[in-house]
Design a protein around this ligand. Structure first.
Ligand SMILES: Nc1ncnc2c1ncn2[C@@H]1O[C@H](COP(=O)(O)OP(=O)(O)OP(=O)(O)O)[C@@H](O)[C@H]1O
Length: 614
């Protein structure tokens, strides 16, 4: 019922100890309160003077007050502990997000990650805040109440004791049903979030294709499924509440009948029978409250499991030990027999947006619970096979190939986002296992296919990776990236606010900002471009090319592209096909040699390399 991972957090035992002490004190107050009330009622029943109920009333009120204080104390302890765990969990999850990098997160989905980091953590806090005190109440209060009832009347004690397993049985049965439904509800919640966030991110495309309404309908149907799953959880929760209330009431009624009959027979006094009867509901109360709150906090339990599973995701190896001064004109990088395969996921084949990820989380949870083997990290078919390349000095290398040939994958491997399964890498005579090497990454500048701008000023966007960059450095980078003429039209220049996700700016301006971002740090001599002009019209691409060409001097440039006109400007071309290098060499030697490059040029119409001078 309680997620075991809760016990891995700092000082959980001391907090549970404190809650246990408060629950114990509260149990004594419950007994004292019932005693005061019973004593007062018996005095009134016996028509004693009003002064006779002063002491019972004082006991009742004192016990009631301390009981409430215990409640407040437990709520504060649990609340602070919940906040402390979230304060510990949030940075760990954020660090994990950044350590895992874009490839791992693409598999999980943006919406799902956002759900985990925001709503999920709030639900975890509710779970901790509510469930821990309830758990302690259930452990101590019924036990102490039972001891006192037993001392007054053992028959009532037996009735209460006999009802306990019945209540627990129903609580467990219905709890398990609720857990299964809640797992499905949580998976649906993540699907809904993924779908919603992905649709908002892709809204321009959806509008352009005229399918925004269809997506709206789809989101509606996903949210309907979520609503139905929520109703199904609530149904079980209400059934559970009904069952627990029913058996608790039945237990009290049976006890009352036994007490009443013996009271009439005169075999029991008023004081012990009334004391036992007043205590009876207190015996059942913590179990009923636990049952009710358990359903309300199941989402928090799922969210905690999700967060802990995410934290357990194996991190890519990182090498911080390499000492390397950077790339120069004599530097050399050789790669031999490198293989890379994307991990196979169980959700392969599930085409729903975010659905794969969400269902994977639930399947993973089921596997964990069943103890089944996890096959989620089994490598699948190679995206790169037997790649051997050599880069030397300030040469410019174009990686070309048809869509799906493996260009982006190779760029990601070179950037260190993806770790190859095998291969030999040598950088200036030093052996590397992969490219997730701090010294290498400090010297590379990477521009992806679709650079992202964040909400803020243009200057802030440029200094995003170098927050301490001076105003001069930002201005110089903007100038080198060709932003001058655009900035001069803006009244606030570099201080102009732009929206996130390239809102309010053109594709070419976004690319130039991305370029300026990497130019702020002049120590990066390796430029890694993954089709930076892929989404630009030909005029904008031409303009950007004029900016890029001078910048490419005195750098090693690895340029993944399917725009063949770049062949006129590079020293080496690597042709990829289905993840394999099918041709590599100087463009002047390969064009016209009748090999794969010529086949590619013919397929693409040949006219893309008008600028190429043989
Ligand atoms: N995250 C991923 N998980 C699984 N397979 C992937 C993933 N990303 C790419 N692939 C697969 O790896 C192969 C190479 O893809 P890649 O994106 O590297 O090709 P590309 O040459 O860059 O294509 P494009 O020109 O369309 O960008 C393709 O078969 C693709 O389906």
């Amino acid at each position: 019922m309680i997620d075991k991972s809760l016990f891995t957090f700092d000082s959980v035992r001391s907090r549970l100890g404190l809650l246990a002490a408060l629950a114990f004190a509260q149990a004594l107050c419950v007994v004292a309160q019932a005693y005061g009330l019973t004593l007062g009622l018996v005095e009134v029943w016996r028509q004693h003077s009003l002064s006779a109920i002063v002491v019972p009333l004082a006991i009742f009120l004192g016990a009631y007050l301390v009981r409430q204080l215990c409640d407040v104390g437990k709520a504060r302890v649990a609340n602070r502990y919940g906040e402390r765990i979230i304060a510990q969990l949030r940075p760990e999850l954020q660090r994990k997000v950044f350590t895992l990098g874009p490839s791992a997160l693409a598999d999980r989905g943006t919406g799902s990650t956002v759900t985990m980091l925001i709503d999920g953590l709030d639900q975890v806090k509710d779970y901790i805040e509510i469930l821990l005190p309830r758990m302690m109440d259930m452990t101590f209060i019924p036990l102490i109440v039972l001891v006192f009832v037993w001392t007054q009347d053992w028959v009532s004690g037996v009735v209460l004791l006999a009802m306990f397993p019945l209540l627990i049985f129903f609580m467990v049965i219905l709890g398990m049903a609720a857990r299964d439904r809640s797992n499905k509800q949580y998976a649906q919640f993540r699907i809904l979030n993924s779908k919603f966030v992905d649709s908002i991110l892709g809204l321009p495309t959806l509008k352009m294709l005229g399918v925004a309404d269809d997506y709206e309908d789809e989101i509606y149907s996903v949210s309907e499924r979520f609503r139905k799953r929520t109703i199904s959880v609530i149904t079980v929760a209400m059934t559970s509440t009904f069952a627990l209330d029913f058996f608790a009431t039945l237990g009290i009624a049976i006890m009352a009948v036994f007490l009443g009959v013996r009271l009439v027979d005169g075999t029991i006094d008023l004081m012990p029978s009334m004391f036992a009867l007043i205590l009876a509901p207190e015996y059942f109360l913590p179990i009923r409250q636990f049952g009710e709150n358990y359903h309300a906090t199941l989402n928090g339990k799922n969210a905690l499991h999700d967060a802990m599973t995410f934290l357990d995701t194996p991190e890519p190896p990182q090498d911080d030990t390499l000492e390397w001064d950077g790339w120069n004109e004599d530097s050399e990088l050789t790669i031999s027999a490198l293989d890379f395969a994307y991990p196979k996921t169980k959700a392969d084949g599930d085409t729903s947006v975010g659905g794969g990820v969400a269902m994977k989380a639930v399947e993973q949870q089921r596997d964990d619970e069943d103890g089944a083997a996890d096959a989620s990290s089994t490598p699948t078919t190679n995206a790169l096979t037997d790649i051997s390349l050599r880069f030397h000095g300030y040469e410019k290398v174009a990686i070309i190939g048809r869509s799906g040939a493996g260009k982006s994958t190779l760029a990601n491997v070179l950037a260190g986002f993806d770790i190859p399964q095998s291969g030999r890498i040598e950088l200036d005579g030093r052996r590397l296992e992969h490219f997730n090497v701090t010294a290498w990454q400090r010297h590379i500048a990477y521009i992806p296919q679709t650079p992202y701008t964040f909400s803020g000023t243009i200057a802030d966007n440029i200094r995003f990776y170098e927050p301490d960059a001076s105003r001069e450095a930002v201005g110089r980078a903007a100038h080198e990236a060709g932003l001058d003429s655009w900035l001069s039209q803006l009244p606030e220049g570099l201080d102009t606010l732009i929206g996130e996700g390239n809102r309010g700016i053109s594709g070419g301006q976004a690319q130039r900002i991305a370029l300026a971002r990497v130019l702020v740090d002049q120590s990066r001599e390796v430029l890694l471009f993954d089709e930076p002009t892929a989404h630009l019209d030909i005029e904008t691409e031409y303009e950007l090319k004029q900016t890029l060409l001078p910048l490419m001097e005195r750098h090693l440039v690895v340029f993944a592209t399917h725009r063949l006109h770049w062949l006129a400007d590079v020293d080496q071309v690597v042709v990829l096909d289905q993840g394999k290098v099918v041709q590599a060499g100087r463009p002047t030697e390969l064009i016209g040699a009748g090999g794969p490059l010529d086949a590619l040029i013919n397929q693409m119409g040949g006219n893309q390399i008008d600028g190429y001078a043989q």
